[in-house]
Design a protein around this ligand. Structure first.
Ligand SMILES: Cc1ncc(C[n+]2csc(CCOP(=O)(O)OP(=O)(O)O)c2C)c(N)n1
Ligand SMILES: [Mg+2]
Length: 667
């Protein structure tokens, strides 16, 4: 039996002895990290360590000198609570250091409780179970699209380590069915099936046959002993060559390798007791010393580095050679290098009436011609979302048509949004996805995770108010615009007309660090009589006057379809000095200079009146204590939109009356 005492002769050990000892060192780091932080997860990382260590040391391709190398294999730890595992690996690659490891879960450390995408070697922020899987499906989609559309120079694998909790989350089923349908052959998911979760054994709550389920989805499925290294290698190699996404279900033991706590679900989210750690280290032939990481083990871990660096050099020179071709170079620049600028806008005729969802469709068509990296589609609301032309022009992405740019997501809003995040994280594509605004709730966890990760994704949300009409209260967004505004680093655009829609869409393309939602009308709204340049300038400030005067007495603040309403009311109250402000994006407005904000919406002086067909909560920040908010604080109803406007007080006459009586009451 080889132990740490024999480390000086490490090079003479048998390879399998070296592997086993290296794995033991990784486990030692895991249990020490969690113990020192007095917080974190030990059991899961120990059960999935075999697969992960073998993957990183023998199969995963990356550039040891550049975690951002474009054609690297992606690795997503969907079981984000197993972060100690990935950090113990990243230190051996050299992307983290020992201080990082010792500061696990501490403020400003590069080893936070769950993996965060800013850390070199972490491809996606994970922790909310299921979403890592969903993002990986997006990454594999982006890879497959680029492989077909650019060249085989992009041809990496996407690997996932997922746990019981991931598979219990329905998003895994939706994303899994999408991946199977699209035949994402370079997606390889390892399921660490350790029959343990927080509250007990998995069989208390789950008896699903995931092998059958995923076979049904069109996946290649293998079931192995997740602690048998030869089985792991064989499974990975088979998964790499099949023409479908692969699921490798590894039957494992919780806290595998621990002295007395193997199989104990209580190791899920706790440090092992110190005596257990000591006994475990003895069992694993490790010294009792904390954070033991001998250079021999690191060198062993890095034994493929020279070969991988050579691979990267060759890839780089292939890219340079390919770029001698002007056409390829242009494509590469716009897609992978993401150099897009001066995207030309569509034109819309002032005075006509056009639903902003239709304007979105027209803008999408115009942008898609110029920006080949735009890909996406609708969650089965293609006619309503006006993405049909895009589909006709560029075709569906399918097993047979890898060059298709339209993604027929099916009625899978949450998987769609998670996959969009994955695509954005992958790079080379700019994803959009459409549904009704009311179903933003179905996507919300991914909207939040996209914002945390600074993903440039474009969410198209049509049918943005009670004006939806006959479909009734279940389909009428009420609290949704505000609920989206509550997400940090998330731009909510509610354009007032077709021109603003195009300007907002282009702004969303430019926002490389922030997801965007475009809230669009089902019903026609008048195209305002202003130049496109003026619209672009105004929209880029988040809020701007569309009707103006010196020293206004009243300032109307409106978004989307209510801007037209505000203008109408202003017209009929023309004995007063009124400014109408269109506020297509609060978040961008908030970043403007104080001078601009104080001038446009002064805190004192003018009375502020907000108009938005949604909840009032939030508007008090702009209208102040004496202002007035016109909105709707209850669910809608099923009736034609016009009747609802009357019922809910959204006609120009009713709004004017409300304003006049508010003013009278104040006097
Ligand atoms: C969406 C979501 N719900 C709940 C949690 C809290 N949580 C973290 S891990 C976990 C389940 C643990 O079981 P398993 O996935 O099998 O991990 P293991 O214990 O095997 O490491 C739960 C419920 C979470 N992270 N994400
Ligand atoms: Mg488990």
């Amino acid at each position: 039996m080889r132990t740490y005492q024999d480390i000086d002769n490490f090079s003479e050990w048998k390879v399998e002895e070296q592997n086993q000892f290296s794995l033991a060192v990784t486990k030692g780091l895991i249990i020490d990290m969690v113990r020192k932080a007095n917080s974190g997860h030990s059991g899961g990382p120990m059960s999935s360590a075999d697969f992960t260590q073998i993957l990183f040391t023998e199969y995963l391709n990356f550039d040891p000198n550049d975690p951002g190398w474009f054609n690297r294999d992606r690795f997503v730890l969907s079981a984000g609570h197993e972060s100690a595992l990935i950090y113990s690996i990243l230190i051996q690659i050299g992307w983290l250091n020992m201080d990082d490891i010792k500061n696990f879960r501490q403020l400003h450390s590069r080893t936070p409780g769950h993996p965060e995408v800013e850390i070199p070697g972490v491809e996606a922020t994970t922790g909310p179970l299921g979403q890592g899987f969903g993002m990986a499906v997006g990454m594999a989609t982006a890879e497959s699209m680029l492989r077909a559309r650019i060249s085989d120079l992009v041809d990496h694998f996407t690997y996932v380590v997922a746990s019981d909790g991931d598979f219990q989350e329905p998003i895994v089923l939706g994303a899994g069915s999408m991946a199977g349908h699209w035949g994402l052959s370079r997606l390889i998911v390892y399921y660490d099936s350790n029959n343990a979760q927080i509250s007990g054994n998995v069989d208390r709550s789950d008896s699903t046959n995931y092998a059958q389920v995923f076979e049904g989805f069109g996946w290649h499925v293998q079931e192995i002993d997740g602690h048998d290294h030869d089985q792991i290698r064989e499974a990975i190699e088979k998964a790499q060559v099949v023409d479908r996404p692969s699921l490798i279900i590894g039957t494992t033991v919780m806290a595998y390798g621990s002295a007395t706590m193997e199989g104990n679900h209580e190791t899920h989210g706790a440090p092992l007791p110190q005596e257990e750690i000591d006994a475990t280290k003895e069992k694993l032939n490790l010294p009792t010393e904390q954070f033991y990481l001998p250079k021999e083990v690191v060198n062993h871990f890095q034994s493929r580095f020279a070969d991988m660096s050579a691979l990267v050099t060759k890839w780089n020179s292939n890219i340079s050679a390919a770029c001698n071709d002007e056409k390829f170079k242009r494509l590469w620049d716009v897609t992978v290098a993401d150099n897009i600028s001066n995207v030309e806008l569509p034109q819309f005729e002032s005075g006509t009436s056009l639903a902003t969802r239709k304007a979105f469709g027209a803008t999408l068509d115009k942008f898609a011609e110029q920006v080949p990296s735009i890909v996406g589609g609708s969650a089965d609301l293609e006619p309503s979302n006006y993405t049909g032309n895009f589909k006709h022009a560029y075709g569906d992405f399918t097993k047979e048509n890898r060059k298709g740019r339209n993604l027929a997501f099916g009625v899978r809003e949450f998987p769609m949004a998670a996959a969009m995040n994955g695509m954005a994280l992958h790079g080379g594509v700019i994803p959009f996805g459409g549904t009704f605004l009311v179903f933003a709730d179905y996507e919300r966890p991914a909207l939040r995770l996209g914002a945390i990760q600074h993903c440039r994704v474009i969410h198209e949300f049509t049918h943005d108010s009670f004006w939806v009409g006959e479909d009734g209260p279940t389909h009428q967004p009420i609290e949704h615009a505000m609920a989206l505004r509550a997400i940090p680093n998330f731009n909510v655009f509610r354009p007032a007309d077709a021109k603003e829609t195009a300007a907002c869409f282009r702004l969303a393309l430019d926002q490389k660090e922030t997801p965007s939602a475009l809230l669009l009308t089902r019903q026609g709204v008048k195209v305002m009589d202003q130049s496109m340049d003026n619209t672009v300038k105004g929209v880029s400030k988040g809020a701007y006057p569309v009707v103006d005067c010196e020293n206004p007495e009243l300032i109307f603040l409106a978004t989307g379809s209510e801007v037209g309403l505000a203008m109408e009311v202003a017209e009929s109250m023309n004995e007063k000095k009124i400014r109408v402000v269109s506020m297509p994006c609060w978040e961008i407005y908030e970043t403007q200079a104080d001078d601009y904000k104080n001038e446009l919406i002064p805190t004192r002086g003018a009375m502020k009146i907000s108009m938005e067909a949604g909840i009032l909560l939030g508007w008090e920040r702009y209208v102040g204590p004496n202002g007035l908010s016109i909105g709707i604080n209850h669910f809608g109803a099923s009736a034609p939109g016009k009747d609802l406007a009357q019922e809910f007080g959204f006609t120009a006459d009713q709004v004017e009356q409300k304003i006049r009586s508010h003013l009278a009451n104040l006097l």
